[in-house]
Design a protein around this ligand. Structure first.
Ligand code: DON
Length: 305
């Protein structure tokens, strides 16, 4: 017999399973191969219960969801003062790939937009490309509670077409937000975006944040407790780009989306939510992901405010 929460997730899944609005990301050619029918919903609680329905074990690339977690690593490596001096925490109100740099200092507005995420990559130690990506991969694996890997075809495609991100990288170098050749930082960023996850992984990552940084399945600490609120803070204010205000108004949970179709949302102290559905809206957020999170928030009374 299914538990009430499992029954509810099944109903929610079938409510949107046939909705086919939106478009799969195609600005990175390999991403356009995603199957728009894939659809998974998963909830993981801070005490380690996992409820899932649909394509929750299908892998896809984490993309911008990684930005929230990598920000935690940069804070751990360099401390709050160093990171805040280089990357702001204000919503930009602009698209994820906007060249949103503060006048004068050149600091990106926040770590969730590409400019801020590339700058964040540039803070992770040690600074050589190979060690950096290995650390980021190990760090994100701690949140997922299993060893993650990189989708090499997506990485190659990101690197082949990431000219706008390269331009942002050189601007960051110009303003001394990053200290080394941006080429290496960019390749690390492209690899970070190409880390393969599942919808279930996103929910467990969320549950880890909900559990003050300790993965509820492995019982291992993934992020220092002192930085969990900082990560959740930027997710709440900037995680959905130029839809962040509306997201907080309607859903009321810290969250982060990625163009692979994933959304990770967190009810602090309680649970993590993962939704996976590749078709996106014009802001680059998963369309079914947003609808599912709006319903979850209303029907389970999860809105924090
Ligand atoms: O920088 C990029 O274009 C991507 N690799 C990541 C963007 C992304 O996921 C934006 N989110 N919705």
């Amino acid at each position: 017999m299914l538990s009430p929460i499992q029954e509810y997730l099944k109903t929610l899944h079938s409510r949107y399973a046939s909705v086919m609005d939106g478009h799969v990301a195609d600005y990175i050619p390999e991403l356009s191969k995603a199957d728009p029918r894939h659809f998974g919903i998963c909830i993981a609680t801070r005490d380690g219960h996992v409820y899932e329905v649909g394509d929750t074990r299908q892998s896809f690339t984490i993309q911008s969801v990684s930005k929230a977690l990598a920000y935690g690593l940069a804070l751990e490596d360099r401390g709050e003062e160093h990171v805040l001096a280089r990357i702001g925490v204000e919503p930009s109100g602009e698209a994820f790939n906007a060249i949103s740099l503060k006048e004068g200092t050149g600091a990106p507005f926040n770590p969730m937009i590409n400019a801020g995420a590339i700058a964040t990559c540039g803070q992770v130690l040690p600074t050589d490309e190979q060690s950096r990506i290995e650390r980021i991969l190990a760090y994100l694996s701690g949140f997922a509670g299993r060893q993650l890997d990189i989708d090499e075809a997506i990485y190659q495609s990101e690197s082949d077409t990431g000219h706008r991100n390269r331009a942002i990288g050189w601007l960051l170098r110009n303003f001394e937000i990053i200290d080394e050749d941006p080429h290496e930082t960019l390749e690390t960023y492209f690899q970070q975006c190409s880390i393969r996850v599942t919808c279930r992984d996103l929910a467990i990552m969320g549950a880890t944040l909900a559990n003050q940084g300790v993965n509820p399945l492995t019982q291992k600490r993934a992020i220092a407790a002192e930085y969990v609120d900082n990560v959740l803070g930027v997710m709440a204010t900037c995680g959905m780009y130029d839809w962040s205000g509306e997201w907080v108004y309607r859903v009321g949970l810290p969250a982060k989306s990625g163009v692979g179709g994933g959304i990770l949302a967190v009810l602090p102290g309680q649970l993590g939510i993962g939704v996976f559905s590749p078709p996106l809206d014009s802001q680059g957020n998963s369309l079914r992901g947003i609808r599912v999170c709006m319903d979850l928030s209303h029907e389970l009374a999860l809105h924090m405010l």
